[in-house]
Design a protein around this ligand. Structure first.
Ligand code: C2E
Ligand code: MG
Ligand code: MG
Ligand code: MG
Length: 289
């Protein structure tokens, strides 16, 4: 019986492997031409001041609508683009497009662009950033670059040199998905981040100030504030979560509660309106911490 079951597994396992590999190959070749075929676009998610509920900026998030498959998640195709070394070309397009579109927003509204750790290794990156700013006319102070703890896994000297070159341009630097990666806190002391983004995994479902997640968020906010860095709570979906991160002193909030990623025209309209407050969200505003 065991033998039969083993055979059964074997028989069903192999075709699946082939199918997965075939799917992956198809996606790879489609990804190579997606940019030139105009299948990529950027969606912008509002970043909101937690107390005033005013929009302070937007995060640019890449979108790929595959002609047959429909939308493909960046969480799925960015790693493939990194492996295929398509990420530099894709990343350059994201930077140029985000800067060009943000240049048409109100002058106090910033744009945040995600950088892959692979892009971060390219010595051309500071040049590409300067080009994107020069071509769009966007002031460097309105561009924020988001990096993850992943960049600190590679050669230390190179990373700190790169961060220095980017900061010299006058852009802002944010640490994305804080608390989820390779977390040695030592780099926080060495890297001049302007902002720390607290990952959604800490925020999701958190409403009780006595909970473990609240304790972690409180510690992260305290650390950031001592280091003169701002904090953004990522992925806030409910009023309870908003109330908690506001009470814990997060200065900025991003999440479905204030807006999902939206097309450029919609982002520009929201920026012009200024407030992201929901009509029914007259939450009691307490003093932070
Ligand atoms: P991220 O930079 O941490 O972006 C936040 C992700 O959380 C986005 O997913 C956003 O749509 C989603 N999100 C925001 N608020 C909420 C919420 O309230 N609830 C839930 N459930 N989700 C929320 P998205 O757009 O699918 O992007 C996933 C990841 O892909 C990003 O995580 C980022 O790491 C990467 N990515 C996206 N665009 C780019 C890009 O242009 N370049 C690079 N290198 N990576 C990108
Ligand atoms: Mg991000
Ligand atoms: Mg994030
Ligand atoms: Mg995240």
């Amino acid at each position: 019986a065991a033998k039969a079951a083993g055979k059964g597994c074997y028989r069903f396992f192999i075709p699946d492997m082939h199918e997965a590999a075939r799917q992956r190959q198809l996606l790879e070749s489609d990804l190579r031409v997606a940019l030139e075929r105009g299948e990529m676009s950027l969606a912008y998610q509002p970043c909101v001041d937690s107390l005033s509920e005013e929009v302070t900026g937007f995060e640019a998030l890449i979108r790929w609508v595959h002609p047959d498959r429909g939308p493909v998640s960046p969480a799925h195709f960015i790693p493939i683009a990194e492996e295929l070394r398509l990420i530099d070309e894709l990343g350059e397009w994201v930077l140029k497009t985000a800067c060009a579109e943000a240049a048409n927003w109100p002058a106090h509204i910033s744009v945040a662009v995600n950088l892959s750790p692979v892009q971060f290794k390219s010595p051309e990156l500071p040049f590409v950033v300067r080009m994107a700013l020069a071509q769009s006319g966007l002031p460097p102070s309105r561009l924020e670059l988001e990096i993850t703890e992943g960049v600190f896994l590679s050669n230390d000297d190179h990373v700190h040199e790169m961060i220095g070159s980017l900061k010299d341009i006058g852009i802002k630097l944010a640490l994305d998905d804080f608390g989820t990666g390779y977390s040695s806190l030592s780099y926080l002391q060495r890297v001049p981040f302007d902002k720390i983004k607290i990952d959604r995994s800490f925020v999701s479902g958190a409403s009780d100030p006595a909970s473990r997640n609240a304790a972690l968020i409180r510690a992260m906010v305290g650390l950031a504030s001592d280091l003169k860095m701002q904090t953004t709570a990522e992925g806030v979906e409910t009023k309870e979560e908003l109330q908690l991160v506001r009470d814990l002193g997060c200065s900025l909030v991003q999440g479905y509660i204030f807006g999902k990623p939206m097309p450029d025209e919609q982002a520009r309209a929201l920026a012009a309106k200024g407030s992201a407050a929901l009509p029914d969200s007259h939450l009691p505003k307490r003093e932070p911490r």
